[in-house]
Write a protein that binds this ligand. Structure first.
Ligand code: NAD
Length: 542
């Protein structure tokens, strides 16, 4: 059976652009001028170009990066939207010094932090349309997902404005001669933030906003594939909001060069990383000898458990939403549909019917539920995992891949030994695994090194919760799907999904500040050592 997925011949348009992009490369400078001449996206971009932005990085103003220039590509058409300068490690040193010099004033002025962050909320809202367009074209998202990112980013900024003026600390019991003893939460100084391309604005903002609100200065390195919506636009918003020089900085560059230099930099006190488990392991190994704190938010293979008494139609609707949104390129997306064998056939055909009506195309011009994957390499990787399952006997229902457009696909009969069973796919692929009982479903759910999010469906809430209790994950949702996140709830995972930190709500204070115990005495502490005989306290050393 082949799914009736309407790709609207968009890949023909993509091919035409691909052909155009095989022309010989021009010099970096002439390429930049050519791009500014041809692109319509950038001309319309008022927020981006209001101060004459032509590709610069940001640190107390816009500056030319001395590294290679990097094209910003529209993911559905492969046309070039802009170019961004990459910086060099020598320039990173200067940025880090500026961020260090800005620390004291920023940390000491909570009212200023609050007002900058609240003003940033207004500016982001006022420029919502333009920001959504960048997210759609630069990351291949549908507009609803871009809008969601803007809404949640505004909430992150508002939440961080509150963090700026709330007290974070406790008054401690006094011991002995102390006048006061308090434990206060203090900023780390400068926080390095490294982010991925899939939800570029929000995954940057969820670290940037609380880090700034709690008094840190920030150096953000977005992914090169989404440097505008993941970094440059945030700098423009904060610049318009009046952020002081050096407090917020954006440093486009390759992960292995600027990313690693940021982790190793002596002026960076904390690194907040969101990305793949493989890169997370590399970062942990770089930071370990420095004894530097790194907060790692990594991949997932999230279980969606459907028990025998579940509402099968509702569980399949949740299952489709949790698998196919943003083409499955979400860390919390369902990695495995673990379905009781009593209902697995009904569930699978329901899921297939839901996948079949999803439209895929260019989300900027077509009314679709799915856009392209981030690039053709990623789509080919997803296809390989599907083909491995097919070759090993699984039943695959889905259409053909065209370039970066991988259609929604359902694979049933997945068993251990198939790549689809254990690997994070990061594509629009539903992996269905049959379970013999609740106990078997729990065993399969935990048969992974990941532990990010999970969901359990059952008509019996006690039964669902007792299954959920035994699934190893940082988040779990009953009668829902695993992609659930908001600025007020702690988001993060266990095992290969992260190093134990969390984003959101009270977790932000834990993540972006550290404890300092402070005591004050009215008279000097003398200790138990004997006093010298001389009345003056002076002892001759002769
Ligand atoms: P990635 O690890 O390849 O890249 C993420 C960022 O790290 C990019 O900015 C990249 O330039 C940088 N980077 C790459 N190598 C680096 C290095 N050696 N040192 C420092 N920085 C380096 O990840 P990706 O492919 O962009 O993102 C997809 C992955 O992210 C998936 O595995 C997904 O599950 C995960 N993710 C996790 C969360 C979460 O909150 N847990 C959220 C979104 C995505």
């Amino acid at each position: 059976m082949v799914l009736n997925v309407r790709v609207k011949c968009l890949y023909c348009r993509t091919k035409a652009v691909q052909r155009a992009s095989t022309r010989p490369a021009r010099s970096a400078r002439s390429r930049r001028l050519a791009v500014t001449n041809v692109t319509t996206a950038i001309k319309k971009s008022v927020l981006l170009t209001a101060r004459g932005w032509t590709g610069e990085a940001y640190s107390g103003g816009w500056f030319r990066g001395a590294g290679d220039q990097m094209p910003v590509i529209e993911k559905a058409t492969l046309s070039q939207l802009a170019v961004v300068d990459q910086i060099t490690t020598a320039q990173l040193d200067q940025v880090a010094e500026r961020a260090r010099d800005a620390r004291k004033g920023w940390a000491a002025d909570p009212q200023l932090r609050r007002s900058v962050l609240l003003r940033a909320c207004e500016i982001l809202e006022a420029n919502r349309g333009e920001v959504v367009e960048w997210i759609v074209r630069e990351s291949g998202s549908i507009p609803a997902k871009g809008n969601g990112e803007v809404t949640d980013s505004i909430a992150e900024l508002a939440n961080a404005a509150d963090l700026a003026t709330e007290e974070h600390g406790v008054i401690l019991r006094k011991g002995g001669t102390e006048l006061t003893s308090v434990a206060e939460r203090v900023p780390y100084g400068t926080v390095g933030i490294i982010t991925p391309w899939n939800v570029p604005l929000l995954l940057a903002m969820r670290s940037v906003a609380p880090a700034l609100g709690l008094g840190n200065t920030v150096i953000l390195k977005p992914d090169n594939q989404t440097a505008i919506s993941g970094g440059i636009l945030i700098a423009r918003v904060l610049e318009e909001a009046g952020v002081p020089s050096g407090v917020f900085n954006v440093v486009p560059g390759a992960g292995t060069v600027i990313g690693e230099a940021l982790i190793l930099h002596p002026l960076v006190g904390l690194v907040s990383f969101t990305g793949s488990t493989m890169t997370g392991r590399r970062i942990a190994s770089l930071a370990a000898p420095l004894l530097k704190k790194v907060a790692l938010e990594l991949g997932g293979k999230n279980p969606h458990v459907v028990l025998a008494d579940a509402d099968v139609d509702g569980a399949a609707a949740s299952g489709a939403w949790g698998t196919f949104q943003h083409q499955g390129q979400v860390c919390m997306a369902i990695g495995r549909h673990i379905v009781d064998s009593e209902v697995v056939d009904r569930y699978t055909s329901n899921l297939v019917a839901r996948a079949a009506i999803l439209r895929q195309g260019d989300p900027f011009v077509d009314e679709v539920e799915l856009g392209p994957l981030i690039n053709e390499r990623q789509a080919a990787h997803v296809e390989e995992i599907v083909e491995d399952a097919r070759a090993r006997g699984a039943v695959v229902v889905g259409g053909e891949r065209h370039g970066a457009f991988m259609p929604p696909t359902v694979i049933s009969g997945v068993v251990p030994g198939m790549r689809a069973y254990g690997e994070e796919i990061f594509g629009p692929v539903a992996v269905v695994i049959a379970a013999k009982s609740d106990e078997d479903a729990i065993r399969i759910a935990n048969d992974t090194e990941y532990g990010l999010s999970a969901s359990v469906h059952s008509a019996d809430l006690l039964r669902a919760n007792s299954v959920a209790d035994r699934i190893r994950s940082g988040m779990v949702h009953i009668n829902a799907q695993p992609i659930n996140d908001n600025p007020w709830s702690p988001m993060g995972g266990l095992g290969a999904s992260g190093s134990g930190g969390r984003f959101g709500g009270p977790a932000n204070v834990e993540m972006f500040t550290t404890w300092r115990w402070r005591t004050t005495r009215t008279v000097p502490e003398r200790g138990f050592f004997p006093e010298p005989k001389s009345q003056s306290g002076h002892v001759s050393l002769d």
